[in-house]
Write a protein that binds this ligand. Structure first.
Ligand code: GDP
Length: 695
């Protein structure tokens, strides 16, 4: 298979709001370039980049996926990303690993919430951006209105590189401002007809190209001088300047397309291959894994080898598929590479190019290119692989935290192992997913990016791994604690037949600071209880505390002082002292008074201003405390502290309140006392559950 040197490679990520046509555009480009001999459509469920069962059924992209095409001797790797904000954790690595981001904008709807999100992520990673205004064949589409919106939002760096010919159903071609020719598409023919610019568009085409030339000149002092001296730039100067301005994000070019009718594709391909940067024009910063000093290798095939893993697929047949970008050097089949993230060697089998789900073996790839290798043992997503004698380490990508948790249980008993194995594979594929057994509630809790996401995982467990599950809201891990200090003395005495049981202990319990847990202090004077029985008192107290006093939740944040006691030379035993300890604790706790604590979370909500009032009112109803507010561009950020018990359905509630335009993150902050009237409900609920269990 043909190999491509770094300067012949282009990595383009298609990002944007859902339903803007990213997958369709990918399909159309693959067809236009002759990679496939048919236009594969989302509606037919056979596109190259939406191949997952869940994606086909739901007709949405859920995962980052890859395809590639060859155009004029260059290899274009396309990273097709999902547009739902819920799946942003798949989009982020796609943007990071590309060298150009094409942001698709709906030609009818204009800018949508995800447009700006992916623009910001691209800015954070400093990746050059162009816009594609798509769906221009549709009724009520308006290319110039959307163009104005983009200019208004992102300033005068936004500049068209093509112009539409015709409108709505008559949108049949574009003027390419790079060569001042028009490209007309007839009957979705993948090859456009190249013609002269129509008379009525000549003036605007020339004017827009003039603006473009001026803009390009502004990005380079020398070109600016030439432009002033001569009033224009030569073709060579213009192209050189265009490359530089695009790479430096001094311009954001705009293209006009109808992916569904194959219109406007050629200028896009031309721009990508002739102007957009090859990977060797961009730098990946890493560090020395030992000294942690900054380090980077040249993106050249001759540099030391290094690769960055940005996706893992768990395939029923092929096993684990690790997808990586070669950052430097040459990555070869059947070599051993060092995983510098985990400090282990990985033996590679064949490496493969990736066309959707299709892998094709290749002997080696060069810096900048993307490939897959199967059956690595230890390597996970966001790991670095490199040459052991020339080590480098690239940082993991921050993809955020999951926002919603569900308790998950198998429909049939005995499927527990199956679930854990399957979840392990799902977590390997989707680093945003977390799952663990709550040590307190004993529930298997799974966290994802939204309710739909967790439902998709549940479906996957059933369809791919053959295990049906129920999803429930998880239990809140309440705790109990004591209110004040108290003392108790307990004598455990039993005379049954021969050997009796005897132990007596006197303890004091005191409240301790929140989060401090439990402490046992031995203050026995002399030998009232022998040294070897004292740990049994401690053990008995811990046992009783773990079972709770009020509602079965573990008692925390207290200390116990063992003050005095008695023992019997024959009848005392570890067991007797355990019982005495446990009973003394229960008595003392009742005297001291017990209260219930609940976990409070720090919550940050990102919302357009219009929903602020609603969100604040709603937080109030959830017993939330608003701590402050911030602004980030058009978004308002509300910072609050809210009890976990009130946040269990927040993800879907917020989504429906704001049509999905607000998002939030949350993390555990501290435990705090539950208001008394709610404690009564919790205690009643616990009683009911216990009765049900006993029935
Ligand atoms: P994505 O979510 O951004 O990947 O969008 P898809 O490629 O899945 O497209 C969403 C829907 O819009 C599908 O029904 C496509 O057939 C349709 N679509 C995509 N591009 C165009 C276009 O240029 N014109 C029209 N009329 N429909 C399009």
């Amino acid at each position: 298979m043909k190999r491509f040197l770094p300067d012949k490679i282009r990595n383009v990520c298609f990002a944007g709001h859902s339903d803007t046509g990213k997958t369709t555009l990918t399909s159309a480009l693959l067809y236009a370039a002759g990679t496939v001999n048919r236009f594969l459509r989302v509606e037919d469920g056979n596109t190259i980049t939406d191949f997952d069962e869940e994606e086909i059924q739901r007709r949405i992209s859920i995962y980052l996926s890859l395809a590639w095409l060859e155009y004029k001797d260059k290899k274009i790797n396309i990273l097709d990303t999902p547009g739902f904000s819920m799946f942003i954790s798949e989009t982020i690595p796609g943007i990071k690993c590309s060298d150009t981001v094409g942001i698709l904008v709906n030609g009818v709807q204009g800018i949508e919430i995800q447009t700006d999100k992916v623009f910001k992520i691209s800015s954070n990673f400093n990746v050059p951006v162009f816009f594609i205004i798509n769906k221009l064949d549709k009724e009520n589409s308006d290319p110039f209105k959307v163009l104005e919106q983009l200019k208004h939002k992102y300033g005068n760096k936004v500049i068209p590189l093509s112009l539409p010919i015709g409108k709505e159903a008559d949108f049949k071609g574009v003027v390419n401002l790079m060569d001042l020719k028009s490209y007309i598409t007839e009957n979705q023919n993948p090859k456009a007809k190249i013609e002269n610019i129509p008379e009525n568009l000549k003036e605007i085409s020339e004017k827009t190209r003039e603006e473009l030339i001026e803009k390009v000149a502004e990005g380079d002092d020398q070109l600016m001088q030439t432009f002033f001296d001569k009033g224009s730039l030569t073709e060579e100067e213009f192209l050189k300047g265009l490359k530089k301005s695009f790479l430096n994000r001094d311009i954001f070019p705009v293209f006009f397309t109808s992916a569904a009718s194959m219109v406007g594709l050629e200028p896009l391909l031309q721009f990508t291959t002739e102007i957009a940067p090859s990977p060797d024009m961009r730098k990946w910063e890493g560090k020395n894994p030992l000294s942690k000093e900054p380090l980077s290798f040249e993106s050249k095939e001759t540099a030391p080898a290094s690769a960055y893993v940005f996706k893992t697929i768990s395939d029923i047949f092929a096993g684990k598929i690790t997808i990586f970008k070669a950052i430097s050097g040459t990555i070869k089949s059947d070599e051993t590479y060092f995983n510098s993230t985990r400090g282990v060697q990985e033996r590679f089998g064949s490496i493969n190019t990736i066309q959707g789900k299709q892998l094709s073996p290749i002997s080696e790839i060069y810096a900048g290119d993307i490939a897959a290798v199967t059956k690595l043992k230890e390597t996970k997503t966001f790991d670095t692989l490199c040459d052991k004698t020339n080590q480098i380490l690239y940082d993991p990508i921050n993809i955020g935290e999951p926002s919603i948790s569900f308790a998950i249980e198998p429909k049939s008993k005995g499927d527990e192992d199956k679930i854990s194995n399957a979840l392990q594979k799902i977590m390997e594929e989707e680093p945003i997913v977390k799952s663990s057994r709550d040590p307190q509630t004993k529930e298997l809790v799974i966290s994802g990016a939204g309710q739909l996401h967790v439902e998709i995982i549940a479906n996957k467990l059933k369809n791919k791994y053959g295990v049906s599950v129920n999803l429930k809201l998880p239990k809140v891990p309440y705790k109990e604690t004591i209110v004040k200090s108290a003392q108790a003395n307990y004598r455990h005495k039993k005379q049954t037949g021969g050997h009796g049981q005897f132990a007596e202990c006197m303890i004091q319990i005191d409240p301790a600071p929140r989060g401090s847990g439990y402490e046992f202090i031995d203050k026995i004077f002399g030998g009232a209880i022998s040294q070897n029985f004292r740990p049994s008192v401690d053990k008995g107290i811990q046992d009783a505390a773990s079972k709770g006093i009020l509602a079965g939740f573990p008692v925390v944040d207290f200390k116990v002082t063992l003050l005095d006691g008695k023992e019997h030379p024959v009848d005392s035993s570890d067991m007797a002292f355990k019982i005495a300890g446990s009973m003394a604790f229960k008595e003392a706790a009742k005297k001291a008074g017990v209260t219930i604590l609940e976990p409070i979370y720090n919550v940050e909500i990102y919302t357009p201003e219009e929903f602020m009032g609603d969100i604040m009112g709603d937080l109030n109803g959830r017993r939330g405390r608003v701590l402050g507010m911030d602004m980030e561009g058009d978004l308002r950020i509300i910072k609050a502290q809210v009890p976990l018990a009130e946040m269990l359905t927040y993800s879907s509630d917020l989504r429906s309140k704001t049509q999905g335009r607000a998002s939030f993150t949350m993390e555990f902050a501290f435990y705090e006392e539950v208001p008394k009237h709610l404690q009564e409900k919790i205690i009643a609920q616990h009683k009911k559950e216990k009765e049900e269990e006993e029935e």
